[in-house]
Write a protein that binds this ligand. Sequence first.
Ligand code: NAD
Length: 390
Amino acid sequence: MGAIKTGEEREIFYSPTKIIFGLGAIKDLPNECKQLGKKPLIVTDSFMSKTEIVKDIMEILKSAGMEPGLYDGVVPEPPLESVDNGVKVALEGNYDVIVGVGGGSSMDTAKGVAIVTGNGGKVLDYVGMDQVPKPGLPKILIPTTAGTGSEVTRVFVVTDLNDNTKKVVYSAYNLSNVALIDPALTLGMPPSVTADTGMDALVHAIETYVAITATQFSDPFAEKAIRLISKYLPIATIKGENIEARYYMALAATLAGLAFASGGLGAVHALAYPLGTEYHMSHGRSNAIMLPYVMEYNLPGNFEKYAKIAEFMGEKVDNLSDSDAAIKSVEAVKRLQKNVGIPSRLRDYNIKKEDLSKLVEGGMKQARLFVPNPRNLSKEDVEKIYEMAY
Ligand code: NAD
């Protein structure tokens, strides 16, 4: 049981207006779209726009009498321009509903396009907490990876290439009107994208579960996500056509998204961000690498919950003390990493030891994420964690 909140503390749960989940759910898109607007703009990346997924979406919208537009200028880990260029397309074409299709990069860009088109200005104007004055255009978010949970969160992340940092826009107006999750859309993900994005979902669930900001709403979602990911991620990675594994990974990613949207994140994200900006590593991979090292450091901050994580991941913890069981959660994560083919040390990625100071500097810039973390971190602690990860 979580601690009872007293005094001014509140438990807040954010979620989209509507979540539609199931195999074939994409067929519901025209009906959902019509309820929100007349002229949808599909926002995606240039790889996805050539796949049958986006072609089929364009077709079903046309068959329903709509004239969908396409903006496929999303760049992975989207820079500010990915959003601002999309806004120009939305304004010039008078589009009135945004449909984000793809991984977190496409869905985040779609959120940005919806917000900036409806509010004016540029995406940088809205960075930070609750800086968005109006709802913006309505939006439907359709994930094709099983990882970020962006379809259900109230944030989007953009990369500012001027100072090489990730900037986050937090606003309840980022919540989608409809999150449309069809696990069949994830069937085509190659093994490495499956593994990276799946580990990203695990990081969301674990970071939220142990955060000091975890709530009674976030805990059950996080628990279910951890259980599903431990069971199904290896199968989804090595046998991508296994529909059961894809189904439960899609579910797990959305549940993990719902968990962290309200429960907060922690130091894994803070220390992973500089790997993305300095080495152009994918968001999921950088999170996956840092996860076991941050967990090891964090254990004394919440032995009880790390012990639970070990249990959720199938470790035998009967008759063990919480502190002994907690160590098993780190072992379970390392084993999962190995089973899905993710090398776990920074040196495996051609990162030079003398570059660690740059990572420390980048990690410290994200110190806001240390607040919900179950154990405090000083600069020396951050150095030690990167050294362990090396
Ligand atoms: P991504 O969107 O960058 O996609 C990775 C690659 O996979 C791309 O090349 C894409 O074209 C490809 N891809 C996507 N779906 C596919 C499919 N079904 N088949 C084959 N290829 C496919 O990766 P991601 O990990 O989903 O998203 C990462 C981004 O999400 C980062 O920018 C990160 O900051 C952001 N993020 C946002 C939130 C949030 O709550 N808003 C949470 C976590 C991460």
